[in-house]
Write a protein that binds this ligand. Structure first.
Ligand SMILES: [Zn+2]
Length: 200
């Protein structure tokens, strides 16, 4: 399922096939509605300009911080203040609940406001800083894609988005095709057709 903060950054979607169909999904109220539902966030007005702009502003901040972390640059006091401004904008309630044999702390916003939505997203980024490992943040190695991923693999070997069905597979197929094209382009027995094919 990924991470809430990464999901917001990835709403700035790049066409992984490199066909220039990039889109800003924050311009699509339907995408925002699904995003809110997916993360059990308060169902604020997904069609309002205020919501779209506020989410885009937070996305810019998180993206900037994420790129710093990825480049192994330290976050400044200013960066943390910007993040803390979102965290402090909303009150939360904590409840302890039982899940089977274990106890679980549930943290929920007091109100169903836009501030609560922004605060929850910022909190997921803060949680990654505190409890996760920023050096596991990566971007899909397909340059057309650049999907943000958090590498949970033991040896930190993840290179592509969405595992075998994503860009890794896509590039494997592409490389295979290129190799086949090259092989087909090699002169074979002096016939002209192979050379012609190479020019296509
Ligand atoms: Zn990808």
């Amino acid at each position: 399922m990924g991470l809430l903060w990464a999901d917001l950054i990835n709403s700035d979607w790049h066409d992984y096939l490199g066909q220039g169909r990039d889109e800003d999904r924050l311009e699509k109220p339907e995408w925002i509605r699904r995003f809110l539902a997916r993360w059990k966030l308060p169902p604020v007005d997904a069609g309002s300009e205020e919501t779209q702009r506020a989410l885009a502003d937070l996305r810019s901040l998180l993206r900037r911080l994420m790129l710093k972390l990825q480049a192994e640059k330290p976050l400044s006091g200013r960066d943390l203040s910007a993040l803390n401004a979102y965290l402090g904008a909303e009150s939360i309630v904590r409840r302890v609940e039982r899940r089977g044999d274990a106890f679980h702390m549930r943290v929920a916003p007091v109100t169903c406001s836009l501030d609560a939505v922004l605060s929850e997203i910022a909190a997921s980024f803060a949680d990654m800083l505190v409890n996760g490992d920023p050096t596991r943040i990566k971007m899909c190695e397909n340059r057309d894609c650049r999907w943000v991923i958090y590498d949970r693999s033991k040896n930190r070997t993840r290179r592509w988005c969405a595992g075998s069905t994503g860009c890794g597979n896509l590039l494997k197929v592409r490389r295979f095709r290129e190799r086949r094209k090259k092989d087909a382009g090699r002169p074979s027995g002096g016939r002209g057709s192979a050379r012609q094919q190479r020019r296509l």
